[in-house]
Ligand binder design. Structure first.
Ligand code: ADP
Ligand code: MG
Length: 724
């Protein structure tokens, strides 16, 4: 089967090198690419109407003979107009096309043809406007067409390569389609009433009814989710068969450790800590995702676990996505565990330091810190991943904590494992994320991880007053901010990118056909745009609105050390207002900042807004979140209002998933994933079913050696979602 699906389409009879080369522009190279090139909608041209019955505008398909056809040019705009009359037994009607000169040579007088498309009224008569055409001989069934006379699939297109060509190519492989061998277990298909693969693909490309097409699409969704869960299950299987250091811990010792903290752990924190410690106890590698709102106190959970690791004379590594966060974690350790004297190192691009107990804290050359780490004289290592990737060799890293894990790719995990310097033992992994991900998605995208939730906030947290501010309320809000600052507080201003891509992800727009076209993201320019938005806002605030206050800006294009300096100044209270982009500095902790002001808030997802808001309300003072929007539509306001009413981030995440799709929950590295995540969102029942089935299968046949077909498909699948 393998070889068969890999057949280049250019070698298929009827397609050949010429069409093969054109289809390659859609990344269709092999038979597999072609038959899995799925339509995103159908155009119903299945009803063939007698011409005399056409009595209204709309769409219609007619079958008849070309009586006349002529071409002329409009005098002013120099358009070519092709005008034909078509006749069937009941009457005649006109069809027109613009600038499609080749039609005049294709549709000769006397040709029998299906014409399908938009019908417009012209005086008392009706005219087909730029209809699809397809020559069907006088004796043939008019429903036998590829592009007309049926439910016509519409495929993603690109310049010069239309759905017509895809349909044409597919019509050449119908026998291959229909006879595709099944690779999913029969009982599974049976249980979920799903068609076999050959039938499914055939009916996706050549459906008789929409229901049939949908049913077939379900089978593909099921299959993708199952394949993904197979990857998850084998990942889990691999972990559970990689030996790791098993840490025994003493519950009383832990309790003593957290009794010294200046606060009581929440129940959610205790539960999560228990999960993590149970992981560490296992003699095989573990991998857990700790999810919890900003400010729910995930760091301390990981820190307490790291202490256990350190006390067992192994190393714990903390990776943070930014210098600011790394530094913050370092401070957490030195502040909360002043008596810890087994070495805490900080390594970022601009700073390297070592802590050996209260009063024994020093800045140190990077290479010296690295030497201490390699020699095992440091037990806890905190840094950004950029630094950790280079020269650092661990002595015996047994526990790796990855903060804001959605920023890191899957591959980084593997790279780290490879560099932990203990050939025989794998480290335990703990990832932390403040992006609440709906459970269905989490099980799909992070399905190889165990999940823990910190779904409770420390009890002294005040709720944040959230207000939606229309343009008319802007001055009042500025006034209020000024007031707060005069009382010693600080404010954040977050700006969206001003670029067309971002405005399109607005919740008021649902996914359109155009969204599904093949497009390449323009990363570089997004950064530029973002910086521009921040600069503009900074200019405005520092010159016009708050010329007497200390305003600073922070964006991704600034050099790392400048960013760190700016952030530190804000943290130290040397800046009043910080204007920043949305992408940087997640999870920053500045308790004195009480105002979060978000410009163009309609551009952000609810989860994202929720995260921004989480940066305030971290201290003793009442905090405020102002959502600025210039859009006065009810939809926008209603969506933003969810932020006022929702109980927690998970609730908002569910709303986001419904309104905006799964894209925003996934990091950049998860290429190929959004499409599958969308399927998961549509079929939550499939997620649980496929997950269970995959785990059962992997338990009995971990290498899929008894399922060679399935194994071969899995390989294809991994390539298509870029997991390999
Ligand atoms: P996040 O989950 O967003 O990473 P942090 O770990 O940064 O949150 O914690 C946010 C703040 O709350 C920190 O200043 C931390 O010291 C504090 N904190 C953590 N747990 C508690 C608790 N149980 N009670 C009070 N404050 C806490
Ligand atoms: Mg955090």
């Amino acid at each position: 089967m393998d070889a068969h699906l890999s057949t280049p389409i250019s070698s298929i009879k009827g397609i050949g090198a010429h069409f093969g080369a054109r289809l390659e522009k859609l990344n269709i190279v092999t038979l597999k690419d072609l038959i899995y090139y799925l339509p995103f909608r159908y155009q119903d041209f299945s009803q063939i109407m007698p011409i005399a019955h056409i009595a209204d505008e709309g769409t219609a398909t007619v079958y008849g003979e070309v009586q006349t056809i002529r071409m002329y040019r409009t005098p002013r705009r120099h358009l070519y107009i092709i005008e034909a009359t078509i006749a069937d037994d009941t009457g005649t009607m006109k069809a027109v096309w613009f600038n499609q000169k080749f039609i005049i040579t294709t549709l000769k007088q006397g040709t029998w043809v299906n014409l399908a498309g938009k019908v417009a009224r012209e005086g008392k008569r009706f005219v087909l406007q730029s209809p699809e055409y397809e020559i069907i001989s006088r004796t043939a069934d008019p429903h036998s067409g590829k592009h007309t006379g049926r439910l016509v699939p519409i495929y993603p297109e690109t310049k010069g390569v239309t759905s017509r060509l895809v349909r044409f190519a597919l019509s050449k492989v119908i026998p291959e389609l229909q006879t595709l061998p099944e690779f999913l277990p029969d009982d599974l298909l049976h249980k979920h009433h799903l068609p076999a693969i050959g039938e499914a693909l055939y009916r996706i490309h050549f459906p008789r009814t929409l229901e049939e097409a949908e049913h077939a699409q379900n089978r593909i969704a099921f299959q993708d989710l199952f394949l993904l869960q197979l990857i998850n299950a084998s990942e889990q299987h691999a972990l559970s068969s990689s030996p790791a250091h098993a840490f025994s811990y003493n519950a009383d010792a832990i309790k003593k450790e957290f009794k010294t903290l200046p606060f009581e752990l929440t129940l959610a924190q205790k539960k999560a800590l228990y999960d993590v410690l149970e992981d560490l106890k296992k003699p095989h590698a573990t991998n857990r995702l700790l999810q919890g709102d900003v400010g729910s106190g995930k760091t301390i959970v990981a820190a307490l676990a790291a202490l256990i690791v350190a006390r067992a004379k192994k190393q714990a590594v903390f990776m943070a996505p930014t210098e600011v966060l790394a530094t913050q974690h370092y401070v957490t350790f030195t502040k909360f565990f002043p008596h810890f004297d087994m070495g805490v190192a900080l390594l970022t691009a601009s700073r390297s330091a070592l802590f050996l107990g209260e009063g024994l804290q020093t800045e140190m050359k990077k290479k010296d810190v690295v030497a201490h780490i390699a020699a095992g004289r440091v037990r806890i290592i905190i840094g950004t991943h950029a630094v950790l990737q280079k020269s650092v060799v661990f002595d015996d890293a047994a526990f790796i904590v990855i903060d804001e894990q959605h920023r890191f790719g899957v591959r980084q995990r593997a790279a780290l494992t490879a560099r932990t310097n203990v050939a025989s033992l794998s480290p335990h992994f703990l990832s932390m994320s403040a992006t609440p991900i709906p459970r269905t998605l989490a099980l799909t995208v992070f399905g190889d991880l165990e999940l823990s939730l910190v779904n409770q906030m420390p009890k002294d947290r005040k709720s944040i007053i959230t207000k939606i501010i229309s343009p008319a309320g802007r001055d009042g809000a500025y006034q209020f901010i000024r007031e707060q600052i005069s009382q010693g507080r600080q404010a954040y201003v977050v700006c969206p990118r001003i670029d067309p891509v971002d405005t399109r992800t607005n919740a008021d727009t649902t996914q359109t056909d155009a969204d599904r076209r093949i497009k390449k993201p323009k990363k570089q320019s997004l950064f530029l745009m973002e910086a521009r938005a921040v600069k503009e806002e900074y200019e405005k605030l520092s010159r016009k609105i708050f010329p007497d206050l200390r305003v600073a800006m922070l964006h991704g294009q600034m050099p790392a050390d400048e960013k760190a300096r700016t952030m530190r100044a804000f943290k130290d209270g040397k800046t009043d207002v910080l204007v920043a982009t949305s992408v940087i500095e997640v999870g920053v902790d500045v308790p004195n900042a009480t105002i979060m002001m978000i410009e163009g808030s309609e551009h952000f997802g609810l989860s994202q807004l929720y995260q921004f808001r989480g940066r305030v309300g971290r201290g003793e003072h009442q905090s405020y979140c102002f959502l600025f929007t210039d859009i006065n539509s009810k939809t926008t306001r209603d969506r933003l209002k969810a932020l006022v009413t929702a109980k927690n981030g998970f609730e908002l995440a569910e709303i986001d998933l419904r309104l905006r799709g799964p894209g925003q929950f996934l990091g950049n590295e998860q290429t190929g994933m959004p499409d599958i995540a969308a399927k998961a969102a549509q079929h939550p029942d499939f997620v649980t079913a496929t997950r269970q089935a995959a785990q059962e299968l992997i338990a009995t046949d971990p290498t899929l050696s008894q399922h060679p077909y399935l194994a071969a498909y899995l390989k294809f699948f991994k390539q298509s979602v870029h997991l390999e």
